[in-house]
Design a protein around this ligand. Structure first.
Ligand code: MEV
Length: 439
């Protein structure tokens, strides 16, 4: 069948590209050349990247930028961010400077507990199951010791193993709900290995548990997996200052600004359509740092949005208030991240990102990421409630439009100068370029 292939993963990189080119790209030599242009000339470095995943054919660049001047708990940071959206880093840097002049960001860890579950079916008496799980606690810990001993040396490990009855939702369905402290690692492999061991302990011990009937002995494990929902692995980031101190070159009336800002956040707290976009603004900052530091942004995204909907309605992750003349803006974020393991010691740019952040532990990284999210959210809501976002956004997007139309250096200088004083729009840029090109 044209378009399908057996044994693709066994082909060499060159053969894979040739097959793709032949099958889907009309054998376009230029496309093949372009794909190869993104290979790194350092063979070892390229090999490292090739081996991160299966079927690598080339690299995909994203900008790695930095946002300086973040004062967090009285320490200065320059935050590395990997992101494609033009305005994100500029906004982060602006928010960082704004708050550095007003005491900086405060960040606090509320808790660091991770979660995993063994999902299983048990047909029988619930009380007997409860007694069995109680009776097997020590065995679970003993059987997982080979996996947990290093983590225990670092002060982490399994925190608790509890039975959860889910039979109201699905007949016979129970969980071993296990909590962990994984210290500076994100802990996915550690948690999943522990859970798979616990699942086999559960099955084996049940078979030998004399109080169980034959049916009760036959516990059926469905799956064992960590949860990316970590409502007890939470960091708080906040900023505050007297309302009058909000005055700035672009905030002439601080009382009006603070009032509108709080209203905007309140809207995002009660209105899901706005909340999703509001939180997307938060994630512009969060994901960019998560990516730069080699963490799993899909896990973070999934967990954060579940947290935003924890009371049954999707709501703003951040909150704002004015009390006794003090403006306060804060966010609580569930962030299961690591600074050891995974990509952190493999990807050269991740290593540099972590060095730039002064080699943080996982809790420090949680604080930095939450601050980046709060800063990004502040910048977005500030723009939205004052000038609107398009002014800043389109200014940054101007470069993308100029690149799209392959503007020369001379054209760039003229266009940028023109749009210092005029509103940027796609059509206005195209029109100006056309006029310049006719001259
Ligand atoms: C754009 O990437 C993010 C914003 O839409 C966030 C928001 O509306 O708060 C500006």
């Amino acid at each position: 069948m044209i378009g399908s292939i057996n044994g693709f993963s066994k082909l060499s990189k060159e053969e894979k590209i040739n097959w793709i080119a032949k099958t889907y790209l009309n054998n376009q030599e230029a496309v093949v050349d372009l794909i190869k242009q993104y290979w790194n000339s350092d063979v070892e470095l390229q090999k490292l990247h090739d081996e991160f995943i299966e079927n690598t054919i080339t690299n995909f660049y994203l900008p790695f930028g930095v946002a300086p001047n973040f004062l967090i708990n009285d320490t200065w940071y320059t935050i590395p961010m990997v992101i494609e959206e033009s305005s994100v880093i500029a906004a982060a840097a602006k928010a960082a400077k704004f708050w550095a002049d007003r005491g900086g960001f405060k960040a606090t860890i509320l808790d660091t507990e991770k979660i995993g579950q063994v999902h299983f079916m048990y047909k029988g008496d619930k009380q007997k199951l409860e007694q069995f799980i109680q009776h097997t606690q020590a065995q679970f810990l003993e059987d997982t010791f080979a996996i947990t001993q290093n983590m225990q040396k670092r002060g982490g490990g399994i925190l608790a193993i509890t039975l959860r009855d889910k039979t109201q939702e699905i007949p016979n369905y129970y969980q071993l709900h296990v909590t962990f402290d994984t210290k500076d690692s994100m802990g996915a492999n550690f948690i999943n290995s522990c859970l798979e061991q616990m699942a086999s302990t559960l099955k084996r011990e049940a078979m030998q548990y004399s109080a169980f009937s034959d049916q009760e002995q036959a516990i059926d494990v469905v799956m064992s997996i960590l949860s990316n929902y970590v409502p007890n692995c939470v960091v708080r980031a906040e900023v505050s200052c007297p309302v009058e101190d909000l005055e700035a070159s672009d905030i002439k009336d601080p009382v009006l600004f603070a009032t509108k800002f709080v209203q905007a956040v309140r809207i995002a707290e009660i209105e899901p359509f706005r909340a999703v976009t509001h939180n997307k603004g938060v994630m512009n900052g969060v994901d960019a740092v998560v990516l730069a530091t080699g963490n799993d942004f899909r896990a973070i995204e999934a967990g954060v949005h579940a947290y935003a909907a924890r009371d049954g309605q999707y709501r703003s992750l951040s909150h704002a208030s004015i009390e006794n003349g003090i403006f306060k803006f804060w966010i609580d974020l569930p962030l299961a991240v690591g600074t050891v393991g995974g990509l952190t010691s493999l990807h050269p740019m991740v290593k540099i990102a972590l060095q730039l952040l002064q080699k943080p532990g996982a809790t420090q990284l949680m604080q930095i990421i939450a601050v980046a999210g709060l800063a990004q959210n502040f910048a977005a809501v500030k723009s939205l409630t004052t000038t609107g976002i398009q002014q800043g956004h389109m200014k940054m997007h101007l470069m993308n439009i100029l690149n799209q139309f392959k503007a020369t250096n001379d054209e760039r200088v003229k266009v940028v100068a023109h749009f210092e004083k005029n509103i940027v729009s796609h059509s206005a840029v195209v029109e100006l370029l056309e006029t310049l090109r006719k001259e």
